[in-house]
Design a protein. Structure first.
Length: 511
């Protein structure tokens, strides 16, 4: 079971197994011998998973002239071989950690029962990947090199709001990292910003440099990560991977270097080289099919693959708050979507404004929102028009029975539609609801009940705002049939998770 009380030291094998299970086992065994002298620490081994059949773009498979493509292909292991290495990790009494770089790898990590999922710096804002990781409900350790402080807060809150155990690693993604670029004061900064989570240090300095780890300990880091390997007559380690003897020196550590600590009290500024190193590892956005100009990009239109071109949209751009419109059409599949051919609109401010209005209405209504509920903002004609058309649906329960809390803002209406599978009953909890049922207008007041049977068209609105409860049979996706759906934006829904602060404001300070 994942967890630690002692400081946790993580040994990153990466591709240093050289595509050989036996060499990987040798690394694990030799590092175990070193660790036996340090019972005051906990230890873990970490692997990296890439589903190379889908991770690498079809046009780049087999290329020898791109360093990382060649490295990944030359050191490829099967899942059976990785399972053999994982068994060795367990046998040698290490905890097991793995970094996925695509969604298929996330599923494999969960199936194989690793203790932690590690998020690499290049994937820190890979939102599709983070969504899949969050779905596994496994403890997460993430490195945030090269990310702005806004991105760091967004990722921390993403896992906090889903109640997923989360640890944050300070990291600088230059390989290797010089002393004056280590920015160890970022550990202090993270502690000040996030006092409730574990902070660690993922290192890429030269393996003989043991000063930084000691300074990191002094600053309160609880997790430490270093690349490790085992040199042979034919294998030479890179400039940031430690051999067993260097690992022993690292664990024992030493003290030194005043300028290692760097900037105090603010986020460090990423260098051009660091951004270039990260860009070389990010997944790019490619077309699945020909796309017309002027349309908004959806997940049905695109896929993610490695590597990407300079100036191309990347996975980090695919936040649910980003609306991406294509300027010119693209005539073929597998084409990179370049940033200069898109218009990107961020809707996070619109979403925040909507949530503020929604919370104010919920507070006024004294309606309790159950913990763990999520909110679906339905904006049929665009989030910018939500004040006129739309509804906020709070999903409480969806089993054989279903309960939702629906909020209609003052002056807002919801388009006509019907359900083929679901039968629902509305109970007005606050305000008045104007409902049109099969062409007949009715005004429902607080305490009124109305049942809408299957295949019966209905729409609703409220002049002054309304909160009502929907009790129904199971809710199914795509069971809301709208005659005007061809006029709706795509996507027309935004999911928002209630933070603990939001729930306290809605349900009372002691909630």
């Amino acid at each position: 079971m994942a967890g630690f009380v002692k400081p946790l030291f993580i040994f990153e094998m990466a591709n240093n197994h050289q595509g050989s299970v036996e060499h990987g086992k040798s690394i694990i065994g030799e590092i175990r011998k070193v660790c036996d002298s340090f019972p005051m620490f906990d230890f873990a081994f970490k692997f990296q998973y890439r589903d190379l059949d889908t991770f690498i773009h079809p046009d780049y498979k087999g290329r020898e002239d791109i360093k990382n493509v060649k490295r990944f292909q030359d050191t490829r292991l099967s899942m059976k071989q990785f399972q053999e290495l994982l068994d060795e990790v367990r046998k040698k009494q290490f905890q097991a950690i793995c970094t996925p770089f695509d969604e298929i790898s996330v599923d494999r990590i969960a199936e194989q029962g690793y203790d932690y999922i590690k998020i690499a710096s290049c994937s820190f804002t890979d939102w599709p990947l983070l969504e899949r990781i969050a779905s596994k409900k496994m403890p997460v350790i993430a490195s945030g090199a090269g990310s702005s402080m806004e991105d760091v807060r967004n990722v921390v809150n993403f896992f906090r709001n889903r109640n997923i155990p989360f640890s944050l690693m300070h990291c600088v993604a230059e390989y290797p990292t010089e002393n004056q670029k280590l920015q160890l004061n970022q550990i202090d900064y993270y502690h000040a910003q996030f006092p409730d989570i574990r902070i660690g240090f993922s290192t890429h300095e030269a393996p003989d440099n043991v000063v930084p780890v000691k300074l990191a300990v002094a600053k309160g880091a609880e997790i430490f990560e270093k690349h490790v390997g085992l040199p042979t007559e034919t294998i030479q380690l890179n400039g940031y991977s430690a051999n067993p003897k260097q690992v022993e020196s690292w664990l024992a550590s030493a003290k030194e270097a005043f300028d290692i600590c760097g900037i105090v009290g603010e986020r460090y500024h990423s260098t051009v080289k660091e951004q270039a190193d990260l860009a070389a590892l990010k997944r790019g956005v490619f077309t699945k099919k020909p796309l017309e100009g002027g349309g908004f990009i959806s997940t049905d239109d695109i896929y993610l693959a490695f590597p990407c071109k300079e100036g191309q949209l990347v996975a980090s751009d695919l936040s649910k708050y980003n609306k991406i419109q294509l300027k010119k059409g693209m005539n073929e599949p597998d084409m990179p979507i370049m940033a200069e051919n898109t218009e990107m609109t961020n809707t996070s401010k619109d979403t925040l404004d909507i949530m503020e209005r929604l919370i104010a209405l919920l507070v006024e209504s004294n309606v309790v929102v159950p913990a763990g509920s999520s909110c679906e903002i339905s904006h049929h004609y665009g989030i910018e028009n939500f004040g006129q058309t739309g509804v906020a649906m709070i999903d409480c329960v969806n089993r054989e029975y279903c309960k939702k809390i629906l909020a209609v803002l003052p002056g807002q209406s919801h388009p006509g539609h019907y359900h083929r599978k679901k039968e629902e009953t509305f109970v007005v909890l606050h305000g008045e609801l104007n409902i049109v049922l099969d062409g007949n207008d009715t005004v429902l007041h607080k305490g009124d009940i109305m049942t809408i049977e299957r295949n019966v068209s209905h729409s609703f609105s409220s002049e002054k705002g309304c909160i009502f409860e929907e009790i129904s049979t199971t809710h199914y996706a795509n069971d809301s049939i709208y005659p005007e759906s061809d006029k709706f934006v795509r996507p027309r829904k935004t999911m928002v998770h209630f933070t603990q602060e939001m729930l306290r404001e809605i349900n009372g300070k002691e909630a």
